[in-house]
Write a protein that binds this ligand. Structure first.
Ligand SMILES: Cc1ncc(COP(=O)(O)O)c(C=O)c1O
Ligand SMILES: N[C@@H](CCCC[NH3+])C(=O)O
Length: 443
């Protein structure tokens, strides 16, 4: 059994995270429950910050809040000295409500609306990562209306395919994101950006994908990006001061996943920066990165209560938990794999192989196939590990299932940071038009 961060099995044979016995957490907060090991989040953030400091490069580590965006997490990101990457008005609003400094926020997205751009302009966010020509014009016009000049990076697709699931790989040429480097579009975008009076072009951004286990993709992306920076300097006499290499640093979900230590990724990036810039006599740029999953992924655990089971002799045994694809859509979307244990009987010997189903009315609502567990009983607690990234963030109300609560645990204390949705929340935005109300009454 692989335990992350502060997780351990206590003397009662129960899973404990952040000094809290999860069986107590289940009693106090109910299940399903997202449990976040705050210390591990902070540790991951510090690994990036420390590794960058050691390189001597000017840098920003921007937490990609899409991975898990709640106000408490924004507070932790700020306290750890990170910047913040947001991709929507909702994420921006969350960050601002949490008091995150606007000047450390970077705004991403391939279809930012005028309302979103205005909202970000009004609070003077640090940087827009511009994705396309329409946005370039729109941003300049809206900034001009407000008499402002804004920092921008241009998102380019460097033509590097990271080895990961197709749906989460973004740096290849055939992608909805960014300006294509290889066909000259990125060059035209730089010319267009420089010509806009209300935009200050800092440099370019590239993101090659997610859950990446090797440094080669980052190195290749940097080589392409830096060669582009040199080309721009030589042809347009314009020098980029920022290069952003995005996120995508992999984590260990299951046995066989082999992430590199954070310092290895960072050192490889720094080596590429130093060598290339020296070779091209290019002034050292500020390096930005945007880790999401690698900050919060392994710090999250989802706790479920087992309910029913179904055995099909000679085929398999299903056990069903009180959540599923509504709180973790990743297995259904990407065939993602997870490890799990019985949190209330963690020392019991494994006795059976079960497949873990959710409670949605959907055959594809499976969390884990073929998991070794002790003989499972109704009422057991199942802890699924590594659910900190893209779980709460991608949760839905399908089947009108209420989104679970989130607790931060640390030093034996559990703090509720997101309350479980209520029935009221479920119908909170519903309205019954007068004519239907009458019908309902007359039935
Ligand atoms: C532009 C950008 N930056 C950062 C991230 C964060 O990626 P990850 O969570 O894999 O670090 C993503 C998502 O993949 C992204 O699209
Ligand atoms: N949502 C993806 C990662 C983000 C991909 C897009 N930037 C996942 O759960 O793995």
């Amino acid at each position: 059994m692989f335990l992350h961060g502060t997780s351990k099995i206590n003397s009662k044979g129960h899973l404990e995270i952040g000094g809290c016995d999860v069986t107590d957490l289940a009693k106090q907060f109910g299940t399903p429950l997202y449990i976040v090991d705050e210390e591990l989040v902070r540790q991951r953030a510090r690994e990036f910050m420390t590794a960058f400091r050691a390189t001597g490069l000017r840098h920003q580590v921007a937490y990609a809040s899409k991975a898990f965006c709640v106000m408490a997490m924004c507070r932790v990101a700020e306290e750890e000295g990170m910047s913040l990457d947001v991709v929507s008005d909702g994420e921006l609003y969350t960050a601002l409500q949490a008091g995150f400094p606007a000047e450390r926020i970077h705004f991403h997205g391939n279809n930012k609306t005028p309302e979103e751009i205005n909202m970000a302009l009004d609070v003077n966010i640090g940087c827009f990562v511009v994705d396309n020509f329409i946005e370039l014009q729109l941003l300049n016009a809206l900034a001009a209306d407000k008499g402002k000049t804004v920092n921008v990076l241009l998102r380019i697709t460097p033509g590097v395919e990271a080895h990961t699931h197709d749906y989460i790989s973004t740096g290849q040429q055939d992608s909805k994101f960014g300006f294509d480097l290889s066909n000259g579009t990125a060059f035209k975008a730089v010319e267009a950006a420089i010509a806009q009076p209300n935009l200050k072009l800092l440099g370019v951004h590239s993101h090659i994908g997610s859950q990446i286990f090797e440094v080669e993709g980052f190195r290749m992306a940097f080589e392409k990006v830096s060669a582009f920076a040199v080309e721009i300097r030589d042809k347009l006499n314009y020098t980029f001061t920022v290069l952003n290499l995005g996120g995508g640093f992999g984590i260990r979900y299951v046995e066989g996943d082999t992430p590199l230590p954070v310092a290895t990724y960072v050192q490889a990036i720094a080596d590429a920066v130093l060598t290339t810039c020296k070779g091209a006599d290019f002034p050292l740029p500020e390096i930005w990165i945007e880790p999401g999953r690698s900050i919060v992924g392994d710090a999250g655990t989802t706790l479920y209560t087992v309910g029913t089971s179904k055995e099909i002799p000679g085929v398999r045994k299903y056990i069903a938990v009180d959540g599923g694809m509504t709180d973790n859509p990743r297995p259904a979307l990407y065939e993602s794999k997870y490890e799990a244990i019985l949190a209330n009987r963690a020392n019991d010997a494994t006795e059976e192989v079960v497949s873990v189903a959710g409670k949605c009315c959907e055959s594809g609502d499976m969390l884990i196939w073929d998991l070794n567990l002790p003989a499972v009983q109704s009422g057991d607690l199942l802890a699924v590990f590594c659910t900190g990234a893209y779980n709460y963030a991608m949760a839905s109300n399908y089947n009108r299932i209420r989104r679970p609560a989130v607790v931060f645990v640390k030093d034996g204390k559990a703090d509720l940071v997101v309350a479980r949705e209520s029935y009221k929340d479920i119908v909170g935005n519903d309205l019954i038009p007068e004519r239907l109300r009458k019908q309902a009454v007359s039935k």
